[in-house]
Write a protein that binds this ligand. Structure first.
Ligand code: AMP
Length: 568
């Protein structure tokens, strides 16, 4: 693979409107990610699309840009022309923010609607007219049933993270919503996995879709260079501190840190310099002369960190490079392979480090599969690890001095210092004080900020239970979802819901209602029992009152139900 194989095509080549191109430039996006390159042209043309892509691949922009591109120039109609359905409120906010950012110059009116937020405000915003609605299925259907969300003008429906929506029991809601949209609409479905249930949904609602699967391109075995590959799981907010800590422990001779956008390059460079590293930024917005200067400083050793975008780093060959750092999980496995190809050349040792967010597990697994080399997930070094490592460095430096300088008598002129001090102090104390001075002379300031130790979010541990399919009756007319599935630990509270099998309630309906209306995720929910007339569901004690309030305010399976703490 040549260094330029991921370089074909700019956003302009994808046929996007000038307003969108300038928004992307403003955001510092230098080139489309592979999924964007493949998805945008057919979507702009109006084709249906079935895409397998996880978070972190740039899939949001892959559907958001075409949706914006296709907004009618003359949109005085109040009803939305695009509807994006997402599994959680968190994602609803994230996707609508992205649409808003990309569509600013087009004056796109984007509205997120999800459970848990006051419906009155959403009703008012819908009345005022919107172009794109980003919604969780439960709330969307609620608004449709109230006549507030009119879908008759919808030209594009996007189902984002469709597997998650099915897992959360939203299958029927999705069908009902799609039934309210025009038959000739464009339908776009993105999903991280393609379970069979999703296939049947796609067959029914997608018309001759373009199929895109990320990670389909195979990298030849052995193409990935031999480098030590590690990943650290770090929450986004802790990334700068974690990167600093990892660099301190790794002590690279020279490293390149890859970021997604120009903005990220600039702000990270500034942060790193503020923390005492000698970092230089390199991105596509710089002139050739500026770039040459940066490279010169790196080669001369007056800088030891290069913070760069993929575009800017393309074709660079830096001999002294020992470490490649992915500040984010790269958007495609091929990009990862390219990046780490910059170290470990000509038999030299190289290290590739990836900072992954807790939700990016699957993306990392795909990279591991495609690059054909294992990536070890390690713990972010603690303050104690760092101190131990720094002492180790001081010890090695002293040992080197003892071996080199003592043999050539270059230490003799310090003898008088030690001798006069030993009149007053023990030799050991003198040595300790000297080590302290040497240790601190490196100018290192011990930081004592602990970085949160987190793991990957589990990959749907209870898929079958959250599927919303009718569970097998567990005797005596109940449907039970096994307990012990709650990932959060801590005390649980049992809630009584006054609707059961007679009302057609299934475990998935409760999971869907709770996750749609509150901050809880499926993993927080414990055992669920569905009885003839009522259901019992376990939630974390600390969230119980909020869940009761939220469920009372919403409809479950299209009806109001009594909800209270179970007294039994
Ligand atoms: P997503 O996979 O949609 O969750 O996007 C992951 C991240 O990549 C988001 O922070 C986007 O802002 C960013 N992103 C998406 N497309 C690009 C691009 N072409 N260049 C740089 N960053 C991008």
């Amino acid at each position: 693979m040549s260094d330029d194989s991921t370089a074909e095509g700019t956003f302009a080549d994808l046929g996007l409107r000038p307003e969108l191109l300038s928004a992307l430039t403003g955001l510092g996006y230098e080139e489309p990610t592979p999924i964007q390159r493949e998805a945008i042209p057919p979507l702009v043309e109006g084709r249906d699309l079935l895409g397998q892509a996880a978070t972190g691949t740039g899939k949001t922009a892959a559907f958001a840009l075409p949706v914006l591109q296709r907004l009618a120039a003359d949109r005085r109609i109040g009803a939305p022309s695009a509807l994006v359905l997402v599994p959680t409120r968190e994602l609803a906010v994230q996707v609508s923010e992205a649409l808003h950012r990309y569509g600013r110059e087009l004056g796109a009116r984007v509205l997120p609607v999800y459970g848990g937020a006051p419906i009155v405000r959403q009703l008012r915003s819908l009345e005022g007219g919107v172009d794109v609605v980003v919604a969780t299925p439960g709330r969307a259907l609620d608004l449709v049933n109230r006549g507030a969300l009119r879908l008759g003008e919808v030209r594009t429906v996007v189902l984002d993270e469709a597997d998650e929506m099915l897992d959360m029991g939203f299958a029927e809601d999705l069908e009902a919503i799609l039934d309210h949209t025009p038959d000739e609409r464009q339908t776009v479905l993105f999903s991280a996995t393609m379970p069979r249930r999703l296939d049947s949904l796609a067959r029914r609602h997608l018309d001759d879709p373009v199929r895109i699967s990320l990670g389909r391109e195979r990298t030849e075995p052995g193409e990935a260079p031999r480098v030590r590959q590690t990943a650290f799981v770090v929450p986004r907010a802790a990334k700068p501190a974690a990167l600093g800590r990892i660099l301190d422990v790794e002590a690279p001779t020279a490293a390149i840190v890859f970021c997604r956008t120009r903005e990220e390059v600039d702000s990270l460079t500034e942060t790193l310099n503020g923390r005492g590293y000698r970092a230089e930024a390199l991105h596509g917005g710089m002139s050739q002369e500026q770039r040459d200067r940066v490279m010169g400083r790196l080669r001369a050793g007056t800088a030891d960190l290069l913070v760069a975008t993929d575009v800017a780093a393309r074709g660079l060959d830096i001999d002294q490079l020992t470490h490649v750092v992915n500040y984010d999980v790269p958007s495609a496995p091929e990009a990862y392979v390219h990046r780490i190809g910059r170290v470990g050349r000509a038999g030299r040792e190289g290290v590739a480090i990836t900072l992954a967010e807790p939700r990016e597990h699957r993306q990392l697994k795909t990279i591991e599969r495609v690059s054909g080399a294992p990536i070890a997930v390690e713990r972010v070094p603690t303050v104690a690890d760092l101190r131990a490592r720094r002492l180790e460095l001081t010890r090695s430096a002293l040992r080197e001095t003892l071996l080199e300088d003592a043999s050539e008598d270059r230490l003799d002129r310090f003898r008088v210092v030690v001798e006069t001090l030993t009149d007053e102090f023990e030799l050991m104390e003198v040595a300790l004080a000297a080590v302290k001075l040497a240790h601190e002379a490196g100018g290192v300031v011990d930081d004592d900020e602990e970085i949160p130790q987190v793991g990957f979010r589990p990959d749907r541990p209870d898929r079958a239970d959250r599927s919303g399919r009718p569970g097998r009756p567990a005797g005596r007319g109940t449907e039970a979802r096994g307990s012990g599935g709650r990932a959060s630990g801590g005390p649980a509270a049992r809630l009584f819901v006054g609707a059961g099998r007679d009302a057609g309630i299934r475990p998935g309906d409760l999971v869907g209602a709770i996750t749609g209306e509150t901050e809880l995720s499926g993993r927080d929910i414990g055992s669920i029992e569905i009885h003839q007339k009522f259901a019992l569901v376990e939630v974390p004690e600390s969230a119980a009152d909020g869940v009761v309030r939220a469920l009372r305010a919403t409809m479950i399976k299209g009806r109001k139900a009594t909800v209270r703490r179970d007294r039994a």
